[in-house]
Design a protein around this ligand. Structure first.
Ligand code: GDG
Length: 501
């Protein structure tokens, strides 16, 4: 990557578009990615950036462009027009700080205490505050004001995730008429649930301002279409295409993938690395069941522990023969609901080990910390069962990573929640209802006892899918669909292909 060049700009400087017209690289038609956090190379948090960040960076390298969003820094006060720019080859990373109050209200507040729980069907955990709702729209408006200075009409803007729903409408209000797409990484619920959100209509109108709105699964896309029509905000033209305010909005499923080959290679290497080998040697003859999740109530960790206990209760002969390793890095610890779940999961692990443990056997090993990627891939490969049972999940990449890490000669089996987006694609998984401990327990038993031939058959089918639906296929398919839309998607041209299935 080219050497880093950082600069801080104020409101009066020429736009990046102007920079590029005077000797810049592409002269328009660049890709502009917008996400809440931006992994600026060399800055805190960027080195651990996951597969998604790597994929988006690859897309930006190919098209040349800008990655815009929050720097991750919170200050007591910020210069309203300030923007840090870091040039790396053909990519400009443009980041802005937020005030501590913005972080509390926009990020920890409305994004993570209202949108996140509602989109994960958890109205019981939703916390609504007018101040936080207002901050969400205010921060989006500030972001748009900063971004508009950087973009030009031929650019393609791709906004990511629930923090930034109103960005598109804010850019339109400021006169941007170019192509804009939005991808939601988390589920979009049915109208009955979604309509509980404060300023529901404004959120829907915000989404309808994009030319393409992509979801993880056809169910999410369908839910969104129903929301638009039931609110009288759009007419359904069929095939995922809607007319809203005289414009055309294309919706559809763009299921996110992983870098399948890279993951498989990392797993082969990691299995031989000292950290994974030391852990595997402690298992002796025991089989390994693995769960890997950010500490989040949507992941169903407590319910999973209950299911594992139900499995041990129903299969006493398996006691001492299986270890369940749960890797759970801390997440959003400043949000009260997450503080609570941290205590609850630790308590459930303690209870389970107290009830079923023996002097020489601990049924559940719980790591409430981040495990390096290089070790994690080896643990996936060593595990006979991948236990992925979220109560609701947009996609769930862990399920895909687990499959990609397996050896063709002796692959493990995947137990997967019917409520993970990945269940739409991974047809070789043992699907379970994560709320039903008895059913999930029998899924675990089935996976552990599955004959080699059946495991190979199921794995081959899933692996074939993952090899042909990688993360780069995902971004290419989204950008292709967006590129095919006319600027501001004016009606009545009907030549746009529908989204992928
Ligand atoms: C959102 C949506 C959607 C986890 N623990 C460790 C670790 N991880 C990595 C996994 C995986 C990633 O974190 C988690 O991805 P998920 O997809 O499972 O879940 P979310 O973070 O909730 O992501 C989700 C996703 O966006 C993409 O669109 O699939 O539905 O909720 O890559 O490997 N990585 C390391 N150590 C850990 O301890 N290194």
């Amino acid at each position: 990557m080219a050497p880093r060049r950082a600069s801080r700009v104020g409101g009066g400087e020429p736009s990046l578009a102007e920079d590029q017209r005077h000797g810049g690289s592409s002269g328009g038609g660049r890709l502009v990615v917008v996400s809440n956090r931006v992994p600026v190379p060399g800055r805190r948090g960027a080195s651990g950036a996951g597969g998604l960040a790597v994929a988006l960076e690859a897309a930006l390298r190919e098209h040349g462009g800008i990655w815009f969003g929050w720097s991750g820094d919170a200050r007591s006060a910020i210069d309203a027009d300030a923007l840090d720019r870091h040039q790396h080859g053909r990519i400009t990373f443009a980041v802005t700080d937020l005030t501590k109050r913005d972080v509390d209200e926009y990020y920890l507040g409305f994004s993570n205490r209202a949108l996140w729980p509602v989109c994960h069907y958890r109205l019981d955990l939703a916390h609504f505050s007018e101040q936080e709702t207002a901050a969400y729209f205010r921060v989006n408006s500030v972001f748009a004001r900063k971004l508009i200075r950087l973009i030009e009409p031929r650019d393609i803007v791709w906004v990511h995730d629930y923090h930034l729903i109103p960005m598109g409408a804010e850019l339109r209000t400021r006169g941007f008429g170019g192509r804009m797409g939005f991808f939601l990484h988390i589920p979009w619920p049915s109208p009955e649930i979604a309509s509980a959100l404060p300023r529901y209509r404004q959120l829907l109108t915000g989404l309808a301002a994009y030319d393409v709105v992509g979801f993880q699964t056809p169910r999410d896309a369908d839910n969104f279409g129903r929301c638009l029509v039931e609110e009288g905000l759009a007419t359904d033209l069929g095939g995922g295409v809607f007319e809203a305010e005289g414009r055309r909005v294309v919706t559809g499923a763009f299921p996110i993938g992983i870098d399948t080959n890279a993951f498989r290679e990392a797993a082969i290497k990691a299995e031989k690395a000292p950290a994974a080998r030391r852990f595997i040697s402690t298992l002796g003859q025991q089989k390994l069941v693995i769960g890997v999740d950010r500490l989040d109530y949507s992941k169903g960790i407590e319910e999973r522990i209950k299911s594992f206990c139900a499995f041990l209760a129903a299969h006493p002969e398996q006691r001492g023969c299986v270890t369940y390793l749960q890797v759970t890095p801390k997440s959003r610890s400043d949000v009260p609901e997450y503080k609570q779940i941290q205590q609850e999961v630790a308590a459930r692990v303690g209870e389970a080990n107290g009830a079923y443990g023996e002097v020489e056997w601990t049924p559940i090993r719980y790591l409430n910390q981040n495990v390096p990627h290089s070790t994690l891939a080896g643990l996936y490969r060593a595990a006979q069962v991948g236990l992925v049972t979220p109560l609701r999940d947009g996609m769930n990449l862990v399920a895909k990573e687990y499959v990609a890490s397996q050896s063709a000669e002796d692959p493990g089996a995947l137990v997967l929640s019917q409520y993970a987006g990945a269940a739409f694609e991974l047809d070789g998984a043992v699907l379970v209802n994560p709320y039903d401990a008895v059913e999930a327990a029998s899924g675990i038993a089935r996976a552990l006892a599955m004959p080699l031939e059946e495991r190979q058959e199921r794995w081959t089918s899933m692996m074939r899918h993952l090899e042909t639906h990688t993360v780069s296929d995902w971004w290419r398919s989204f950008i292709d669909t967006l590129s095919r839309q006319g600027s501001a998607a004016a009606l009545p041209s009907q030549d746009a292909a529908g989204a992928t299935g």
